[in-house]
Design a protein around this ligand. Structure first.
Ligand code: HEC
Ligand SMILES: [Cu+2]
Length: 319
């Protein structure tokens, strides 16, 4: 659904939209009065044969009216906004769970809280890229940060937006009242891939959520083969994640192909087959020499031979 801020699906978005409509309605009334008065006086007092408009200066009553009314309006809006801001900025009371969010060029990575529900075999907690799953009716706190430049997190149907700033943690909360799928978008221009820096929030009913978590943990455990953990960690820390998606990990880039099942593909980038250790090593080391003009950079030199070999070992397990 969405992204559409005027269709609120949670309490925070609702508060924002109510205030928005109130201000919009007031602005329309002011517009109608001002534009109406201009048109009316333009016609009524226009210069024409046999008529000359009365000339006067400083009408106290009039000037007082158009100073006092706008002042009162601005003050009321300030007070109302302040009031809503307290509600929106209250990220800590009654929080059901806290999810860590990292923005990076050009995708979002989520780390679920350190709870039994999200524990993996190796002791780490569940992570995901691009999609955040939440239970409905609960306040979810998001702790935002960024790996590179400033990004901004926004799910219009669920709440306000907040910047993700490198080296800082900012926070935001969201809540969905009914199950559904909500789209979001990075809202701070962050480079070439900014427009594609999308994300999805899926809200589940409480019972579905437990089932979803159990399944996600199972999938993640399958990917967490201890023999290839080094390769996985190397891949996830390397620039690969900015361009490639591997489902069940935080890698959620959209520039290059999805690598979730790379080991089952017939060839690499349509040019190298089969997909084996030798060919993957060649490709990751120096893709441009194999396919001139390819967006994927050469990694020989940036990554050590050992790192490339570790990554390749892991890629080979992605069947
Ligand atoms: C700047 C973006 C970018 C980065 C960074 C990047 N890649 Fe790629 N990668 C691509 C693109 C684009 C392709 C598709 C090339 C084609 O098909 O012409 C690709 C293709 C691939 C393929 C073949 C996929 C297939 O389906 O055939 C593999 C494997 C791969 N990359 C691995 C990696 C690894 C490992 C890293 C990190 C060390 C990495 N890539 C970093 C953009 C990138
Ligand atoms: Cu961004």
């Amino acid at each position: 659904m969405g992204p559409w801020p005027l269709d609120p699906r949670g309490p925070e978005a609702e508060q924002i939209v109510t205030l928005y409509w109130l201000m919009f309605a007031c602005a329309m009334v002011v517009l109608a009065i001002v534009a109406g008065a201009i048109i009316y006086s333009g016609i009524k007092f226009r210069d024409r044969p046999g008529h000359s408009a009365r000339q006067f200066h400083s009408h106290n009553m009039l000037e007082l009216t158009w100073t006092v009314i706008p002042t009162l309006m601005v003050i009321s809006f300030t007070v109302l906004s302040w009031n809503k801001l307290n509600f929106i900025n209250d990220v800590d009371s009654n929080v059901a769970m806290t999810v860590k969010v990292e923005g990076r060029q050009w995708s979002w990575a989520f780390t679920y809280p350190d709870q039994q529900l999200f524990k993996l075999q190796d002791g780490s907690t569940l992570q995901s890229g691009q999609q955040l799953d939440i239970p409905i009716g609960q306040k979810i706190k998001l702790e935002l940060t960024s790996k590179d430049v400033i990004h901004s997190f926004w799910i219009p149907n669920l709440g306000g937006k907040k910047d993700a700033v490198p080296g800082h943690t900012t926070s935001l909360w969201i809540q969905a009242d009914q199950p559904g799928t909500f789209k979001g978008q990075c809202y701070e221009y962050c480079g070439d891939g900014h427009a594609d820096m999308l994300l999805t929030v899926v809200a589940h009913s409480a019972s579905d959520y437990t089932a979803w978590a159990a399944d996600a943990v199972k999938q993640a455990n399958l990917l967490n083969d201890p023999r290839t953990k080094v390769g996985r960690d190397t891949f996830l820390a390397a620039p690969c994640v900015g361009c490639h998606t591997v489902q069940g990990t935080t890698a959620a880039g959209k520039v290059g192909p999805d690598l979730t099942h790379i080991a089952s593909k017939p060839n690499i980038a349509g040019v190298l087959s089969p997909v084996n250790q030798e060919n993957l090593t060649k490709w990751v080391s120096d893709a441009p020499s194999i396919k001139p003009g390819v967006v994927m950079p050469k990694f020989k030199g940036t990554l050590s031979d050992q790192q490339i070999s570790d990554i390749v070992q892991w890629l080979l397990t992605l069947k």
